[in-house]
Design a protein around this ligand. Structure first.
Ligand code: NAY
Length: 288
């Protein structure tokens, strides 16, 4: 489960329903064209926190059916409703997902004991491996090195998706846990994370830009930092343009320019205006 892993986008129709054909198209594009090393399903990029339980299960089922065992699959099952997290963890484990991942519980100011209880409770109910999903900018949950260590005391917790710009903490984590899987979560910071010897990266922009990401990771692992930096620069020009135009909407519309039926985002995420779609064409011409 190492390398460049796409945080999979999902195709929705104008009624907010999953577009199965579109989702299969997005998967095929990731596997056949971008050739990513794995898929992270129902993360932020999959609009997970805007979905019903039934929709989450529908997506997990379609993805497994399309991918079979071609690349590793990680299922994000985290939820503020712990029963839902457990239900989804069991569901994807039965489907054959290689690992589960859960966002730290958010919104309420949970203390660390509560966060630890959340992970250990989910894992009591399921025989699978867990990757912590840490994204402090969206959850407000900042964990220390010692707190990660306490979570890792549970042997089913095998790694972390580290979506934060704290490279000191990242280096300390790598040093203290050489055998845990550490994934970088900010695509625009892939190179500095790669220099710190991460195992891989999980990101939304990899749905389109995964080839450049793989080059950055490989070059950094070989010590070719300046070559990697040139590709990170080009990547960040691409990412800046995408972020300025609306992250998930723009990524989906870019897929549309490549013949992928990527659909639109679920409300309350807005849809692109005609002007926004024009910008997408410019981005596609320049970077794809
Ligand atoms: C997820 O669960 O889909 C992710 O967190 C993937 C990581 C992405 N974070 C978010 C919040 O979308 O790829 C990043 C991010 O989109 C990218 O670095 C642009 O900022």
């Amino acid at each position: 489960m190492k390398g460049i892993i796409s945080a999979l986008l999902c195709s929705f129709d104008e009624h907010g329903q999953v577009n199965e054909k579109g989702l299969r198209d997005i998967i095929r594009y990731n596997l056949d064209t971008v050739q990513v090393d794995g898929l992270y399903v129902n993360g932020s990029s999959g609009e997970n926190f805007l979905l019903t339980t039934a929709q989450k299960k529908q997506i997990f089922t379609i993805v497994k059916d399309e991918v079979q065992s071609d690349v590793p699959l990680i299922a994000q099952i985290g939820s503020l409703i712990i029963e839902e997290a457990i239900e989804l963890a069991k569901f994807v484990t039965n489907l054959g997902y290689d690992a589960i991942s859960a966002v730290t519980p958010f919104y309420y100011k949970f203390d660390f004991e509560e966060i630890k209880h959340y992970y250990n409770t989910i894992l009591e109910h399921v025989e699978n491996k867990m990757i912590i999903y840490s994204i402090p900018a969206l959850t407000g949950v900042n964990m220390s090195l010692d707190q990660f260590s306490e979570l890792f005391d549970n042997k089913k917790i095998i790694g972390v998706k580290f979506t934060a710009p704290d490279f000191y903490l990242l280096e300390r984590l790598r040093h203290r846990f050489p055998d845990h899987l550490i994934y970088s979560g900010f695509d625009e910071m892939l190179l500095p994370a790669a220099v710190l010897n991460i195992d891989g990266a999980i990101g939304s922009t990899f749905n389109l830009n995964g080839k450049r990401a793989k080059q950055i990771l490989t070059l950094a692992q070989q010590g070719h930092i300046m070559e990697a930096l040139a590709i990170q620069k080009e990547t960040n020009d691409f990412i800046s343009a995408v972020l300025d135009n609306g992250l998930y909407q723009t990524l989906k519309e870019l897929l549309v320019t490549q013949g992928v039926d990527a659909g639109i985002c679920r409300q309350p995420l807005k849809t692109l205006t005609a002007n926004g779609k024009g910008i997408v064409l410019d981005i596609a011409n320049k970077y794809l």
